[in-house]
Write a protein that binds this ligand. Structure first.
Ligand code: GDP
Ligand code: MN
Length: 397
């Protein structure tokens, strides 16, 4: 789960990390009032969307008066903001954060993420913070310092000293920076983050260390122990299809291809997506209906797949184990009738009650093709959908 910058900053502040004062605003007038409330000669109006790269996309504006704050907010609110992380359609800005401006002497990078190689959270720091950390990671990975965080002992003081030295911090600034590092590691662990990133972490002209930007993502599997974090969820920022899927306990991730896939089991779902790709097609989603889905879940899954306009065909690939093939068939038939299926459908069933499932599908009158192997199923659906990408809305009986 992702949250907004202003929410992440409030959480980091609770762990003792200094952040600038700020006020949220949903209208240009509220942004002007926020400028006056902050009472600083310089403030920053920042678009709140779940994506980075806002600075380069025009979503971070320095303002010197209430009127400028109003104009900056009016230029962002209600409009799409396109950054390298949003895709070409951008995200509609619904809220801006007006923040007391900082006098920046240095911009650094500080983050904690889980690292597979170390099998532990790793703190990453770089003297070259600011806007292009992704490029830096590719071009000069040696400019990013790393310290693995011990899963039980946590971040240790010698590690923060090593990072501070590497970043060129001395004296009081090094002390404050070390505190920020300890606090970030603690926040990451206690809040079950998947990433906690401060980019930039700045040093001001008078030596203060401040988190100027903040990004926190949380491990959804741990949210049951953080009810307060769940309240920070912003459904406006999520794909409506994914929200609908989560209501029915379905694991659904929207992708940008044109073949909708319904599969049981994450491994089989991955294999199905790979096979579609090998056969020259492109999956529209990852969907794992789970080992023990019922008819309603299958019906809902099918509806979610078909609500995606990009979907020009559907491949159902089910291995009936705990979930029986006839249950799947029942769900598919019910859903196909309810939604007036207008795209080609290929079904491959195997496993428990497969015979009964196939008979039900055949007897149903639903227009579909069956396949007896995954290869064959993928070939069929790719053939039926090829040339139907993008805006082609041909219908197939
Ligand atoms: P991002 O582009 O989405 O990562 O947004 P950031 O919050 O990181 O802001 C982008 C850039 O705007 C920062 O790297 C700073 O250079 C600049 N910026 C943000 N806040 C301030 C501020 O208070 N004062 C000054 N001078 N620059 C700022
Ligand atoms: Mn940033």
């Amino acid at each position: 789960m992702k949250i907004h910058e202003y929410q992440a900053k409030r959480l980091l502040a609770k762990f003792g990390i200094p952040v600038p004062d700020g006020v949220c605003a949903a209208t240009p007038d509220a942004a002007a009032a926020a400028f006056d409330e902050l009472g600083a000669p310089l403030s920053v109006v920042k678009a709140q969307i779940h994506a980075g790269g806002r600075g380069k996309g025009g979503g971070v504006k320095l303002v010197r008066s209430a009127a400028e704050a109003r104009d900056a907010a009016a230029g962002m609110l209600g409009k799409p903001l396109v950054t390298h992380q949003t895709g070409p359609e951008g995200r509609i800005v619904q809220l801006v954060y007006v923040e007391r401006g900082s006098d920046i002497a240095r911009e650094l990078y500080l983050a904690v993420a889980v690292d597979r190689v170390h099998a532990a959270p790793v703190m990453m720091a770089s003297a070259e913070g600011g806007m292009d950390i992704e490029e830096l990671a590719v071009e000069r990975p040696e400019a990013i310092l790393k310290e693995a965080i011990h899963p039980v002992k946590g971040m240790l003081p010698f590690q923060t000293r090593r990072l501070c030295k590497g970043l060129g911090f001395t004296g009081a600034t090094a002390k404050t920076a070390a505190k920020v590092m300890m606090a970030l590691a603690k926040a990451f662990t206690e809040l079950d983050c998947s990433i906690a990133e401060i980019n930039p972490l700045i040093v001001t002209a008078d030596g203060a260390v401040i988190a100027l930007d903040a990004k926190m993502n949380f491990d959804s599997n741990a949210l049951f122990r953080h009810k307060d974090l769940l309240e920070l969820r912003d459904l406006n920022e999520e794909d409506p299809k994914e929200i609908e899927a989560s209501k029915h306990d379905l694991n659904y991730i929207a992708l940008d291809g044109n073949i909708g896939c319904m599969v049981n089991g994450a491994g089989l779902a991955m294999a199905t997506m790979d096979t579609i790709q090998i056969k020259g097609g492109s999956p529209a989603n990852f969907l794992d209906v789970g080992g023990g889905a019922n008819k309603d879940q299958v019906t809902n899954a099918f509806k979610i797949l078909l609500s995606d306009d990009n979907v020009k065909g559907v491949l159902i690939n089910i291995f009936g184990g705990i979930m029986k093939c006839d249950t799947i068939a029942e769900g598919v038939i019910a859903a196909a009738k309810e939604v007036e299926l207008a795209v080609p459908l290929v079904v491959r069933l195997e496993g428990t009650n497969v015979q009964r499932g196939r008979e039900m599908l055949e007897a149903s009158g639903v227009a579909l093709q069956t396949a007896s192997s995954l290869d064959e199923a993928a070939e069929k659906i790719v053939a039926l959908t090829s040339g139907k990408a993008g805006s082609a809305v041909e219908k197939q009986a």
